[in-house]
Design a protein around this ligand. Sequence first.
Ligand code: DHB
Ligand code: FE
Length: 279
Amino acid sequence: MATILGGLTTSHIPLIGKAIAENLRDEPYWQPFFAGFPPAHEWLARVKPDVAVVVYNDHGLNFFLDKMPTFAIGAAAEYRNADEGWGIPTLPPFKGHADLSWHIIESVVAEEFDPVTCQEMLVDHGFSLPMKLFWPSGAWPVRVVPVSVNTVQHPLPSPARCLKFGRAIGRAIASYPEDLRVVVIGTGGLSHQLDGTRAGFINKEFDLMCMQKIVDDPEALARYSILELVRLAGAQGVELVNWLVTRGALTGAVRRVHSNYHVPISNTATGLMVLENRA
Ligand code: DHB
Ligand code: FE
């Protein structure tokens, strides 16, 4: 049977791609952000996953406002990254695990979730940069299953719905018959707002509370409405729901292995967590 080793969560910001490409990791602006990652690398080297299920939001590369699925799951042999107009270098394609994808799709549909199934899917910075942050060599030792959540065009799925979706994904992974070692990666957040009169909005107190609750009381976060999340975390801070899907997939007792919080990178409060799933 497949084993869920744990969850990794990180912010995704296009500027990170530029910092990696230009080798700016040790610059004073970037050092406190990149310094958070070695413990995640050490944990990954220890637990040796075969597959990463990556929960993120597409920002207009694969889905645009004309067709916006609430939830979508990739079921392809390969996922290509493409330039989204940020001018960041594209990364090599990611190898999919289509058989696990279809198993997850069948299982969540049986539980009354209705994701769009994507046999072709481009992946944007919300997917690719976390992969590069967690495996900096770029030789991905994992196959991937992309799970996209709409955090862009309202109405968005509620935090409660996202936690339940994550739990359904967790049950799906745990029931996969092959011996696979799986990590779940949630990307986005923490507080940020890119547009409007509150552009640059950050709420450190709320972010730190979320990082605590995501470990020991995700239900508390599931009680917020999307509108409350917009108020408390900013219009794009709602990407926190990707962390809730990830947390939902962890079916065991969750131990915080590592976390890092740094404000700001670009317009965003960055958070990183490594959560071990204990059967
Ligand atoms: C920024 C943050 C994001 O989550 C994103 O998708 C794009 C840009 C930023 O802070 O610049
Ligand atoms: Fe984003």
